[in-house]
Design a protein around this ligand. Structure first.
Ligand SMILES: Nc1ncnc2c1ncn2[C@@H]1O[C@H](COP(=O)(O)OP(=O)(O)OP(=O)(O)O)[C@@H](O)[C@H]1O
Length: 368
């Protein structure tokens, strides 16, 4: 799917913005505070149903206004499919959300976000490497959400069961049995094993893409990537929950399971986070994200939309060029923000490109 029209209303300093992006490269440039990140953040709402800058949706509503609206039109990227989908997302200060698809109201954010596989790359993306395992699980789960139909319900059931089991552990409830024969433990085992199987299969499928991209992006390093499922190797989740029951009950939560999984990335036997510079860590993340969208394209023929906010931060021109060139070759649709156009000067001759200048919340396409 390609985004071919975006309209943003009353979103931060963007009062009423309408743009028809290129289906390949879009360069968004402008001074500090002009509204570049706000534009990217608004598109992020369509891909995730939330901001990447704040948990407070009301902070994104323009001062003095009651609600923001982000609307887009996407068209299929398959040659034999001419379908057009119109999506709208509105949020007001009271917390009401309205999500629409072709005029119909959608009940769930998941119904919105499955239309647009959006990947975000910002200076904070290095956290996928240097931060806790949650970011790496979200990285894996993004691909599973878009590729595996069953993932969303398996993951939701697992989270619900885990929450309930933890609540019962805290209450010391007799509903839970030490031998794991109770309903909640059995459900957790069932969904936990399913979730783990999906993740393990994904990691094996992604590995060749990741290895290939890492070889090109970080030539001086060799990496070892391993998936840790969140409980001891060679044992069933049921056996581990049974063994840990007393400790789980004492501490009031479940210690083992796919909610503890991690994707460990090492170089020369050391965690990559401890060895790489920040720019190198960002390139590692670039390789990971690119690999996912190449995989998505391979298995489903779907293209991803990349939001690269502040591409100049911590990446030198050679790194920027490597990443952007490879992204565009994978036929992703790309939005890249920069303070000056110079930061992407290496793309000057690229044909399928549109340039937008942002100034005081106004976005103007620069005509060639
Ligand atoms: N709710 C809001 N209502 C109105 N304006 C807002 C709101 N939230 C933030 N702003 C303002 O919007 C402007 C645009 O911010 P944005 O982060 O998009 O700028 P930017 O172009 O990405 O800047 P930089 O290059 O410094 O990252 C800023 O001046 C900011 O203060």
């Amino acid at each position: 799917m390609k985004l071919d029209h975006v309209q943003i209303k009353q979103f931060r300093n963007l009062t009423d913005v309408s743009l028809h992006p290129s289906t390949s490269l879009n360069v968004i440039y402008g001074a500090n505070g002009s509204g570049k990140s706000s534009l990217v953040e608004a598109i992020h709402y369509l891909g995730f149903g939330r901001s990447f800058r704040t948990h407070r949706h009301d902070h994104a509503i323009q001062h003095g206004e009651e609600a923001f609206v982000v609307f887009c039109q996407i068209t299929s990227d398959q040659p034999d499919d001419e379908s057009v989908i119109k999506l709208g997302y509105q949020r007001d200060r009271k917390g009401n959300v309205q999500i629409r698809r072709n005029g119909e109201t959608l009940q769930r954010v998941s119904e919105l976000v499955r239309h647009l596989p959006v990947q975000l790359f910002t200076p904070q993306s290095a956290d996928i490497v240097s931060g806790g395992p949650g970011g790496r699980r979200r990285f894996l789960d993004w691909a599973l959400f878009h590729v595996e139909q069953s993932f969303h319900s398996v993951s939701a059931c697992y989270q619900k069961t885990l929450k309930h089991r933890n609540a019962l552990l805290k209450q010391n409830s007799s509903e839970l049995k030490a031998d794991g024969s109770d309903y909640w433990t059995q459900q957790m085992v069932r969904y936990g094993e399913q979730l783990n199987d999906l993740r393990e299969a994904l990691v094996s499928a992604l590995q060749p893409y990741i290895n290939d991209n890492l070889k090109q992006f970080l030539t001086d390093f060799c990496f070892e990537i391993s998936y840790h499922r969140g409980w001891e190797k060679g044992r069933s989740l049921a056996a581990v929950l049974q063994q840990n029951f007393e400790r789980d009950q004492r501490l009031g939560f479940t210690h083992s399971g796919p909610h503890k999984a991690d994707l460990r990335i090492k170089t020369e036997g050391v965690l990559a986070a401890e060895r790489l510079s920040r720019g190198q860590a960002r390139m590692l993340v670039a390789a990971l994200l690119l690999s996912e969208s190449e995989y998505l394209h391979r298995v489903q023929g779907r293209q991803s939309l990349f939001l690269l906010d502040d591409i100049g931060a911590e990446l030198d021109a050679a790194m920027r060029e490597k990443f952007l060139t490879k992204l565009l070759a994978s036929s992703a649709q790309v939005f890249v923000t920069a303070i000056e156009q110079q930061q992407v000067a290496f793309m000057d001759d690229y044909k399928d490109k549109k340039v937008f200048h942002v100034e005081h919340g106004q976005v103007k396409e620069e005509l060639k």
